[in-house]
Design a protein around this ligand. Structure first.
Ligand code: NPQ
Ligand code: MG
Length: 377
């Protein structure tokens, strides 16, 4: 693949509902959309899931603009790439900035798949046509409001519910949902709102048949999660702490994560995500796909990934209308009757970008031309 140009579009998309976690509440979603063009006229699209503020991760859309413009895109222009992995190898030296790397790698996968006429699902070794999914519900004012919100999504057909928790908004809220819905698959996510001491207040959760407790402790911690797991029957699932296959290995070896949430952006791309999937499978640790309120581009990548066999729990990949009135892809993802979403099987990511919608949501954009390629004037 001879790359002619790369464009990033910094988009800001209005959310249908405010989304609150233990660290922030947002009414809009910032992200970078990447467009990669090759010398044969093929176009690949990718998404950088870093957002407005460094709440979930230290990256933001603006740090990604800097790292892409100064380092990642120039590295891509240095020499042709035969496979997305060539790019990943070439930028191994870049410390961190995994979401920026993942976005460009995703665009290369889309381009690569389109050139070969093969779907990302098939290229990654996916085995499913539909992926079981659930919904992630942001923090609500009080237990009654939360129970009502849960009912709203159950009514839409979501079978697995994830509740955000933080100190003061935990046991009582989960109990109310469990009493209203005794049998639904239920799990919680703290986004690092506790420490080893305050997490002891969560002990009653062990009696609510939760599928897992996600990232209760610090975003970069492994060892305290190990300690906490020793006093909980409910599996601890790590999200923020698992930034690579190496971290996943350590977490599994020290019994800090009995389940792993995989996010393409957080781990630096689809190749690393598949590595984590394979490693977890070897250790009989189930994985599922997290979500970052992706547009149709990132959503398509998550679906392809979640079609791999060791994705054994429902993923945080909701229908488009869970988050957005209008998306930047022509395709809108809908929930099937069995609480699944169908994996796109067209070439590459299998989605078409609506350029009008993309322009409408773009705050600013930047195009980089490969100095080693001829450009028609
Ligand atoms: C998580 N996602 O699993 C993340 C957190 C997250 C679906 O729960 C804007 C506002 C963007 C809040 C991206 C879900 C966000 C956000 C991700 C929260 O931890
Ligand atoms: Mg999480």
């Amino acid at each position: 693949m001879r790359i002619q140009s790369v464009t990033y579009y910094h988009v800001r998309m209005p959310l249908r509902f405010p989304f609150a976690t233990s660290t922030a509440s947002r009414t809009e979603r910032d992200a970078l959309i990447l467009e990669v063009r090759d010398a044969d006229g093929y176009v690949g699209w990718g998404e950088v899931v870093a957002g407005y503020a460094p709440h979930y991760s230290c990256e933001t859309a603006w740090t990604a603009e800097h790292i892409l413009g100064e380092f990642l895109i120039p590295a891509l222009f240095d020499a042709p790439v035969d496979h997305p992995g060539d790019f990943t190898d070439r930028v191994q030296w870049v410390r961190g900035h995994r979401m920026a790397r993942a976005g460009l790698e995703m665009a290369l996968w889309d381009l690569y798949g389109k050139r070969l006429g093969r779907s990302l699902r098939d290229l990654l070794g996916g085995v499913r046509d539909r992926v079981p999914v659930g919904v992630s519900i942001g923090l609500q004012e009080n237990p009654r409001a939360l129970v009502e919100r849960v009912g709203y999504y159950l009514n839409q057909g979501y079978r697995r519910i994830k509740l955000k928790i933080k100190p003061g908004y935990d046991v009582e809220f989960v109990r109310a949902v469990r009493e209203a819905y005794p049998d639904i698959p239920l799990q919680v996510d703290a986004n690092s709102a506790y420490d080893l001491d305050t997490a002891q207040t969560l002990r009653p959760l062990d009696d609510y048949q939760l599928l897992l407790i996600e990232q209760p402790l610090a975003h970069d911690d492994l060892w305290d999660h190990h300690k906490l797991q020793q006093v909980f029957r409910t599996p601890i699932c790590l999200d923020e702490s698992i930034t690579s296959a190496d971290k996943a290995r350590k977490a599994i070896e020290m019994d800090a994560a009995r389940v792993i949430n995989i996010k393409v952006g957080r781990v630096g791309g689809l190749i690393e995500a598949v590595r984590i999937h394979d490693l977890a499978a070897q250790h009989d640790v189930p994985v599922w796909s997290g979500g970052m309120l992706e547009t149709g581009i990132g959503r398509a990548a998550n679906l392809a990934l979640a079609s791999l066999p060791n994705f054994r729990l429902p993923s945080d990949i909701s229908a488009t209308d869970r988050y957005y009135e209008m998306d930047i892809t022509e395709e809108r993802f809908a929930l099937n009757d069995d609480s699944t979403i169908t994996v796109p099987l067209g070439p590459g990511l299998g989605v078409r970008v609506n350029r009008d919608a993309l322009a409408y949501y773009t705050l600013h954009s930047m195009t980089f031309l490969n100095p080693n390629e001829g450009h028609p004037r």
